[in-house]
Design a protein around this ligand. Structure first.
Ligand SMILES: [Ca+2]
Length: 173
């Protein structure tokens, strides 16, 4: 029982605050004007990345992270239910990479790409299951909005998006 996704007690429940978030977007909009569909929450902007070509081709987690980096961000780090819902919305409710990875030093657990621990999670039932033995990355909006699945970092044909996070700019940049 050493892994961080089965040792939490009691199990966390994922809530989706879509209505709250839509209100927040309309009433609080500092520093998230680029890209235009970025959503603000608690000092960060959340936005999706994808290939700008027809057909919605597959996006690997690494490619998504690079796209985030080009926009001065990184794949989203999710600390609570509200952020989880913001990320789900920012993905356009499509399956999308988030910034969680299997810990290379303890493959029974997941961490954020910055090395910090998962203090919140929203795994879909029976996930993470490492089904293919190489499910080292994490996508959201799996089966249900805001629910996560561990999946191979490349070649998951269902993932066409990533959700990035970057600091909001003061003064409305
Ligand atoms: Ca899985």
């Amino acid at each position: 029982m050493s892994s961080n996704f089965i040792s939490f007690s009691p199990p966390m429940i994922c809530f989706v605050y879509a209505v709250v978030i839509r209100v927040l977007q309309r009433t609080v909009s500092p520093g998230c004007l680029d890209p235009a569909d970025a959503l603000y929450y608690d000092g960060s902007c959340y936005f999706k990345v994808f290939r700008q070509v027809p057909g919605k081709p597959i996006l690997s987690a690494g490619e998504a992270e690079e796209m985030c980096n080009e926009k001065n961000g990184h794949l989203a780090i999710i600390k609570n239910e509200v952020e989880n819902t913001i990320v789900s919305e920012a993905a356009g409710v499509k399956q999308a990479w988030i910034g969680a990875i299997r810990n290379p030093n303890n493959t029974d657990e997941f961490i954020w790409q910055d090395g910090s621990a998962l203090t919140f999670y929203c795994w879909r039932q029976r996930e993470p299951n490492n089904l293919l033995g190489n499910e080292n990355c994490v996508k959201t909006n799996y089966v249900r909005l805001g629910f996560w699945n561990d999946t191979p970092c490349k070649d998951d044909k269902t993932v066409h998006y990533g959700v990035c996070e970057k600091p909001a700019q003061s003064g409305g940049g």
